[in-house]
Design a protein around this ligand. Structure first.
Ligand code: FAD
Ligand code: NAD
Length: 469
């Protein structure tokens, strides 16, 4: 009946929450022979987020950038139970996790609680809205696959509604005004992709309307991409200027209405801009489950940005829980690069813990019989030596490989660390080709790589699809 949880009483139970960058990287490297592994996530696939803005405008098709989690699980040595469900409660004292099937279709059993020996908490974050009125009701987000699909449909809807006979010039301008909020990498990449769609395809399909489509990027800080070097910020701003993307910096969105957005301008005045579509890319905020977990550990979990972990990624205040990725508040940026390295580190850590447990068991068995222990003295010493080595598990060390972002017009920017000193800041068409090859090589599987390469080729030859789903 249902999914058989393959419990071996001899092995410890490792429950993983999430199927994103952190959890998938852990699963890929983990030796599943050593544990009863259960992975719980409301999303039964891994999503390659860097290409999400490309999906939003149809450069890449949605299925090309996802990989079923069961595919990863199926290739492990020992069975991994994958459960499509949302964790609703973590009890660090009882060491249990409660999860529910929150999908549209549920069976008679839809919620249950299981115990864990170790819990890996990798549930990511959700989009920060700062409770600004109207964001949840009227804006599109750019976090999940359905966000990109919703954006694509709404965008084409705006264009088709603008093309409706008898539409007034003011209404056409409103419908064709696309606003992106947030000048972080998500907002910048989406604006760039949107510009490509406009110049590569819409100009041919809607020649009378395309010229009137406007893209406005609104950012509260003095510049876009504050985490990139000054040179690349200037390069991005000048590329956007050439591409006629209006960048409004030091401008804060205060309210979003059905057909307009209210912003506070740098001089303190308020302006209401009519718009057809608005995308909210305002950064990360912790999930409710994470806030609840923090509330259960008030003595040790005091950071409001996310979970506090030690340098072995162990949750402060709950030794059996390990946390990684966007749900944690560390010295590192919330990126896929960090989450992936943390996941791989944890896999190695769990492999070492399992080896340590096995050695301890062996040693205990030998030492239980003093005669045997004396006879096999060298073996005992050898085991003790090996254990001492494993005692000192190395802390997590992050190695930054650089930051890359696509800015449209076949241009990308890259901040790359160079051996020894400094950074190489580069932008342009060559960087764009580097961006494409880097993303292609980091895609999850050969299947993903082939599908994305095929999508790029399709767009080159036939253009993007303008049908509205
Ligand atoms: P996620 O990958 O978000 O995974 C979280 C997982 O937890 C998901 O599977 C989710 O379904 C699951 N989950 C949620 N709630 C629950 C629950 N209650 N119980 C169980 N499971 C749950 N970073 C880069 O380094 N380079 C890039 O180019 C880049 N591009 C990006 C582009 C976009 C559009 C976005 C949105 C992000 C981008 N990032 C990039 C950031 C990167 O995606 C995140 O830092 C990364 O996803 C964090 O990994 P994670 O495992 O912590 O969380
Ligand atoms: P972010 O936090 O980097 O940027 C959000 C931006 O929105 C901020 O600059 C903030 O000032 C602005 N903002 C918030 N509220 C606003 C308001 N009311 N009005 C105007 N502006 C407002 O978020 P992101 O771009 O989604 O990125 C999240 C994480 O994912 C980051 O760590 C980023 O590095 C990573 N990421 C990386 C890449 C890449 O490397 N190519 C791509 C996407 C995301």
């Amino acid at each position: 009946p249902g999914e058989q949880l393959d419990f071996d009483p001899e092995k410890k139970t490792l429950v993983i929450l999430g199927s994103g960058w952190g959890a998938t990287s852990l699963l890929k490297t983990l030796d599943t022979e050593d544990y009863n592994v259960i992975l719980i996530s409301p999303r039964n696939y891994f999503l390659f987020t860097p290409l999400l803005p490309s999906v939003a405008v149809g450069t890449v098709t949605p299925r090309s950038i996802i990989q079923p989690t069961r595919y990863v699980a199926r290739h492990k040595k020992r069975k991994v139970s994958v459960i499509e469900a949302e964790a609703t409660d973590v009890d660090p004292l009882k060491k249990t996790v409660t999860f529910s099937d929150t999908s549209d279709i549920q069976g008679q059993v839809w919620s249950t609680t299981i115990p864990y020996d170790y819990l890996v908490y990798a549930v990511g974050a959700e989009t920060q809205t700062f409770n600004i009125p109207g964001v949840a009701e009227h804006a599109c987000f750019m976090k999940e696959l359905h966000d990109a699909e919703k954006f694509q449909t709404r965008f084409m809807d705006c264009v088709e509604s603008a093309a409706f006979p008898g539409q007034s010039p003011e209404e056409i301008d409103r419908l064709l005004h696309m606003v992106v909020v947030g000048g972080g990498p998500t907002g910048v990449e989406l604006s760039g992709e949107l510009h490509d769609f406009l110049t590569d395809d819409l100009k041919q399909w809607y020649p009378e309307l395309a010229e009137r489509i406007r893209i406005t990027l609104v950012e509260a800080l003095p510049t876009v991409l504050p985490s990139f070097s000054k040179q690349l910020i200037e390069y991005t701003e000048s590329t956007f200027k050439e591409a006629k993307i209006d960048v409004l910096t030091k401008t804060m969105v205060k309210e979003i209405k059905e057909k307009s957005v209210v912003v506070k301008m740098p001089d303190g005045s308020t302006k209401e801009m009519p718009m057809g579509l608005i995308v909210w890319a305002g950064g990360n905020k912790m999930r409710k489950l994470t806030a609840d977990l923090i509330a259960k550990l008030p003595e040790t979990q005091t950071n409001r940005r996310g979970l506090t972990v030690d340098d072995h990624l162990r949750l402060k205040g709950a030794e059996s829980i390990f946390a990684l990725g966007d749900c944690t508040a560390t010295q590192y940026a919330p990126t896929a690069q960090v989450a992936t390295q943390e996941g791989a580190y944890l896999a190695r850590l769990f492999n070492s813990i399992a080896r340590k447990d096995a050695l301890e068991k062996q040693l205990k068995a030998l030492q239980a019989d003093p005669i045997k222990a004396e006879e096999q003295k060298t073996e005992v010493e050898n085991l003790q030596k090996q254990l001492m080595k494993l005692e000192k598990l190395r802390p997590f060390h992050y190695s930054h490989q650089g930051s890359l972002a696509y800015i449209g017009s076949e241009k990308a920017i890259a901040d790359l660390p160079i051996f020894g000193s400094g950074n190489l800041a580069t932008g342009g068409v060559a960087t764009y080709l580097f961006w494409r090859s880097a993303y292609l090589s980091t895609l999850f599987s050969f299947r993903n790589r082939a599908l994305v390469a095929l999508d790029w080729m399709k767009v080159k030859f036939f253009g993007r699809d303008v049908s509205r789903e």
